[in-house]
Design a protein around this ligand. Structure first.
Ligand code: SF4
Ligand code: SF4
Length: 376
């Protein structure tokens, strides 16, 4: 991290906490608008400040971002500042007029949440017409040739429907599908978070989809991987270089709270832009330590002993923290699982070359860890 320049290249912003759904998996328990949400003028000032800090991409998120009245003006302000603009919606209020706005404003990409067959999607989203509305939103956007992707949050509830989801997305004309794994944050119950024993088959399924796209490309979420054999195949042989929260990624809450990544729990709030400027928070030499000052000592459990730690740094911070309470002790790691089964890693030349830049580490075996190893 020493020579790596920190700047908020990509900001994801909960522009309102208001939501017209009450999804079981919502990472923040969104629902009603926060009483102290930023004013319109405050939002424009933040966008200008982001641009001054070198921000290149802004994603408007929520809650449901389309419920904030000035979403169009915020998007235009970001574009005027030279930033790429994205928006993630549950699709519920997307109609012909809003699709026209997406086109006029020139969004670089949009995301529509889509989590299962009609019964499952409506159950997860706690609204009986949410499936029809989201499906219609995607059809309208496909017809208008708007660039968008479907975003699916996978949990125990819908992991068995991946083939059905893909078929429905193809029917809707969707060309890009982002698959993420739900974490135990916000409203999500621990019981619904994907069971570890389902994880290898889940990865197999994504690899199958990637290898036979059938008209729809899959984009793998940052909390799914890493290394070993399946993890390397999943990431197309490219090195997965860990979590960029607080180094290149920034999360903003609708009341001005600043975090390294919007998906992180409240323990990771670094400050509020009403108390100090965004620049001061971002440039705080003591800020975002969990990533900016990451060393092997930051990690624990099996990640601590892992040969890939200098590259992967324990993967997604939110996933690791929500599963074990540790920044880097991530049980959702296929390499860990394969190692226990005696499967040798399939490192590509690029991965080998990168690993050679770091001190080699001798990994403990099952035997000298005394069975289950640390942390898991
Ligand atoms: S064990 Fe931890 S450090 Fe190693 S590859 Fe898995 S997540 Fe990364
Ligand atoms: S916490 Fe996870 S989702 Fe957030 S930036 Fe890090 S890897 Fe990405």
């Amino acid at each position: 991290m020493a020579e790596f320049k920190f700047f908020p290249q990509n900001t994801v912003w909960e522009i309102t906490f208001a939501c017209n759904m009450r999804c079981l998996h919502c990472g923040t328990s969104a629902g009603n608008r926060r009483p102290d949400e930023l004013t319109d003028d405050e939002t424009y000032a933040v966008i200008d400040e982001l641009a001054e800090l070198g921000g290149e991409m802004l994603t408007l998120s929520g809650g449901e971002p389309l419920l904030r009245k000035n979403w169009r003006e915020m998007a235009r302000r970001a574009i005027k500042n030279g930033m790429k603009i994205y928006l993630i919606s549950n699709g519920y209020i997307v109609n012909e007029k809003i699709v026209e706005d997406f086109v006029d404003i020139k969004f670089d990409n949009l995301g529509i949440s889509f989590d299962g067959t009609e019964k499952t999607h409506n159950h997860i989203r706690q609204r009986p017409d949410s499936f029809q509305r989201a499906f219609k939103a995607m059809k309208l956007m496909s017809e208008a040739k708007v660039r968008y992707c479907a975003v699916s949050q996978i949990s125990n509830i819908n992991v068995g429907e991946l083939d059905d989801i893909r078929r429905l997305l193809i029917d809707a004309g969707c060309k890009l599908w982002r698959i993420q794994m739900t974490t135990d944050t916000g409203r999500m119950s621990k019981d619904f978070v994907l069971d570890l024993d389902k994880y290898p088959a889940f990865i197999d399924k994504i690899i199958e989809f990637k290898q036979n796209p059938n008209g729809i490309q899959v984009d793998v979420g940052e909390n799914i991987g890493y290394y070993g054999c399946k993890g390397t195949t999943l990431w197309d042989g490219m090195p997965y270089l860990g979590c960029y929260a607080g180094t290149r990624i920034l999360g903003l809450e609708s009341n001005g709270n600043v975090k390294g990544c919007l998906s992180m729990p409240e323990e990771f709030v670094e400050g509020n832009i009403r108390n100090s400027s965004l620049k001061e928070i971002w440039n705080n030499p003591e800020g975002f330590k969990y990533n900016r000052k990451f060393t092997r000592e930051t990690a624990s459990g099996e990640c601590y002993h892992c040969r890939y730690l200098p590259l992967c740094r324990g993967g997604c911070t939110t996933t690791s923290f929500s599963a074990t309470g540790q920044r880097a002790d991530n049980p959702y790691c296929i390499y860990r699982m394969e190692k226990k089964q005696g499967i040798a890693p399939c490192d590509t030349e690029m991965i080998v070359e990168l690993l050679q830049r770091f001190e080699p580490i001798e990994e403990p075996t099952e035997a000298n860890l005394g069975g289950g190893g640390q942390g898991c």
